[in-house]
Design a protein around this ligand. Structure first.
Ligand code: GMT
Length: 385
């Protein structure tokens, strides 16, 4: 099949999921056209069957903001005329589902079908904003198929917006042959001193991630045991987070690593991963940590309880309950047997529920369904899963 995948290129869950989906589909023999304003993070190498199309939005002086929606819709039509897309798969409703809808209408009968995947803040933040609610609901209702990355996001969508159409839940996924515990000689000693526990947080440091709760939780842990906090990522809350570290006297215990492309070696030395988000439709970063054997302590927001099994692969606590998260962290880090069990359960949960070999066929089934194709796709071997 020829599938156009529309996504944001920056470091962020929806762009990562869209790009990884493209790579997996390409490996299974589909022709993939990635459409974005820049080459997405994680698509910097050459991959067979993947083509990249850049959306350029000219900045005319007449417009205060460049009209990205129009240039994207225009680009989708151009690409369709060039290659004949079967599917346009829009990741993140705003404005990708709208652009896909416009392109399909411009192309007319016999054109591509539109599949929209909802990722989270497109519904939980933008969807609840009256400036966007009507156009988001319209674009979702007009799609030929819609998926949400968790049951929680599906119900948030119905609760927040006038959405009437069916939404399928297809969970986010990892390529399990790549996302696995990997020992990198010397990595541990580069981050911490011998005997210190390594606590990791990774995000885009937006307000919704509550990175200050990470630091406050760590402050309790650091009082109870020798430990280090490794913060991976960058974003608007980084400087206030660094100030809090300073204020709490934790400067020599916290490492800010910025954005990192190779996170498996870092997550593989983590004794614990913290994700105290105010809202999280899925929590891809938690899944990545679990795949590398790190138990997760997170808030119970949104779809996190569908990823982190409370008392089995980690612990959940109410949003903002820093003391509760710290108490659970200290308990887990002080009990090596419990820690080992949680670590193994985390890896198992990823491998039995979230491997790409289990999830990609669900997307293929959906594509086949919207196109009215009855026969099965040939089964390709899944390397390593
Ligand atoms: O909030 C982010 O980290 C970025 C955002 C995005 O769309 O790029 O992430 C959302 O989509 C991810 C992939 O589906 C989910 O794993 C995240 O939970 C979700 N973020 C929120 O709901 C806040």
């Amino acid at each position: 099949m020829r599938i156009g995948i529309v996504c944001y290129p920056s470091v962020g869950g929806s762009g990562i999921v869209a790009t990884e989906l493209g790579k997996q589909l390409a490996r299974r023999g589909h022709e993939i056209h990635i459409i974005s304003s820049e080459i997405p993070f994680r698509l910097h190498e050459f991959y067979d069957n993947i083509y990249f199309h850049q959306v350029e939005t000219p900045a005319y002086p007449l417009f205060k903001e460049p009209p990205y929606l129009l240039s994207l819709a225009n680009k989708l039509v151009e690409i369709h005329r060039l290659v004949g897309l079967d599917i346009i798969h829009a990741h993140y409703a705003v404005p990708h589902a709208t652009a896909a809808y416009l392109a399909r209408e411009m192309i007319g009968p016999g054109g591509p079908k539109v599949v929209t995947t909802l990722h989270g803040t497109d519904i939980t933040l933008m969807g609840s904003d009256p400036s966007f609610a009507e156009i988001i609901a319209f674009s979702i209702n007009q799609s030929d198929a819609v998926t949400a990355v968790s049951r929680s996001l599906k119900s948030d969508t119905y609760r927040t917006l006038r959405v009437t159409r069916e939404i399928d839940v297809i969970y986010n996924f990892l390529e399990c042959s790549e996302w696995r515990h990997t020992d990198t000689p010397g990595m541990c000693s580069r981050l911490a001193r011998c005997g210190e526990k390594i606590i990791v947080h990774m995000s885009n440091f937006r307000k919704v991630k509550r990175v200050e709760d990470v630091v406050r939780t760590f402050a309790y842990i650091a009082k109870a045991m020798p430990s280090r906090l490794v913060m991976i990522g960058d974003g608007p809350e980084l400087s206030s987070c660094a100030s809090l570290v300073q204020e709490l006297g934790l400067r020599d215990r916290v490492l800010f690593m910025g954005n990192q492309e190779q996170v498996v070696p870092l997550l593989s030395v983590a004794d614990l991963f913290l994700l105290p988000s105010a809202q999280e439709s899925f929590g891809l970063a938690a899944l990545e940590a679990m795949a590398c054997g790190a138990p997760v302590i997170s808030s119970d927001a949104g779809g996190l309880p569908e990823v982190v099994v409370d008392g089995e692969t980690g612990f959940l606590a109410p949003v903002g309950d820093v003391e509760g998260m710290a108490a659970k962290a200290i308990r887990l880090l002080s009990d090596p047997i419990m820690h080992q069990e949680f670590s193994e359960a985390s890896v198992n949960r990823v491998r039995t529920t979230f491997c790409s070999s289990l999830i990609i066929p669900q997307y293929e089934d959906l594509y086949r369904h919207v196109l009215g194709i009855k026969e099965e796709f040939p089964v390709y071997p899944n390397v390593g899963d």
